[in-house]
Each structure stands twice: as C-alpha cells, then as structure tokens.
Design a protein around this ligand. Sequence first.
Ligand code: G3P
Length: 218
Amino acid sequence: MKIFLDTANLEEIKNSAEANLIDGITTNPSLMAREIKRTGLESTDILKQITALVNGPISAEVISKDLEGMVREAKELKAIAPQIVIKIPMTFDGMKAVRRLRAEGIDTNVTLVFSANQALLAAKAGATYVSPFVGRLDDIGNDGMNLVGEILTIFENYNYKTKVIVASVRHPKHVKEAALMGADIATIPYKILNKLFNHCLTDQGIERFDNDWKDAHK
Ligand code: G3P
C-alpha cells in the first residue's frame, strides 16, 4: 500500500521526504490555509515547494463550485507541475469537470466521498483516485472502513481502474485496516505517521539493550 502524507506543512513534508517514506501528498483548502497562515507564502509557492520535495502525485484542491471555474483552476494548478493531481469535490458539476479533465489527460482525486454510490459515480466519470473520508464517517457513528470495503468490492466487480485513497485517517488502526483490505493508498496526517513507528515493547527493548550494554562496560 502506498502512503501519502495529508498535509501542506513544508516542515512535515521535508522531514518525511528525508526518510523516503512518502509516495505522495494530499492537501485540501483547510490544510493550505493553515500553511499560508504559518508561512505567509502564497498557495502556488507552497505547492511549488512541495513538488520539489516529493516525487509522487500531489493533490491540490479547486475552490470553485461551478464546472467552468473548476476546469480553469485545474489548469492553473496543473501548470505548477506535471505531478499535480486535481482534487475535485463529489458534486454533479464536479463529475462533469472530472470527465473533461480526464479527456485532457489530467488526473483527478474525487474528494468528500461518503458513500459507495458516490465512489461508483466518480469511477464512471473517470476519476484517477477517490477519497473516502473514513474518520469523518466514524465521527458521526458510521463505519468508515466498511465503506472502503464496499468501494473496493465495487471497483473489483467492474474492473474500474480508479484507485482508492483512504482519507480522514484518525489513528494507526485505520492504516492497518486499509492495508489488510487492499486499499491502494492511505493518506495520513504527520501525527499519525509518527505513531506508526511506535510500540511500547520497542521502547522497552531499546532501553533494556542500552542498560545491558552499559552494565557490561562499567
Ligand atoms: O484531506 C482530506 C482528509 O484527509 C481530511 O481529513 O481529518 O479533516 O477529516 P480530516
């Protein structure tokens, strides 16, 4: 399974890129707004810097709600770097935009997906990726990972090539379940990436090895 980092924070991306752990980046308007406020940079400059740090696909989201606006923004974003993937919200106009962008060879990531039917429509429109938001579904008492299972089954049934990005990841269990289900990608916040490294037995083991070593060298 590929791991994308769900952030626009340049420090987080730099640190993760150094370990060569990250296959791509996803951003959204909230994450971009946070980084604009933190750095004072324009979103175009932030995206340029991200593309210089990471080789894989970088999702950048349109703000427009209408078809023409989305397509215009998509082209502006794509002009920043070829690896930019256009994040489009799951709406009627959004799917028309996906269709248009597909015809022009521009990759899209359909976001704010909360049902299997929405994912089916996105795949039919020609989306490169769909992003089911598992954490936000869990937040309202639904089962986010169950949705991921449904989408994977539907895509397999009809041989859709659209890739599933498990998004709105809240904890390491989401990541493990995504991998067990065979999801293509999990996009995870930096905080969760750090948690993936942790196990109390690893910490205890390091401490014990350290103590034994020091004991023998007194
Ligand atoms: O980037 C999309 C998604 O991962 C947002 O997550 O935590 O705001 O629900 P969250």
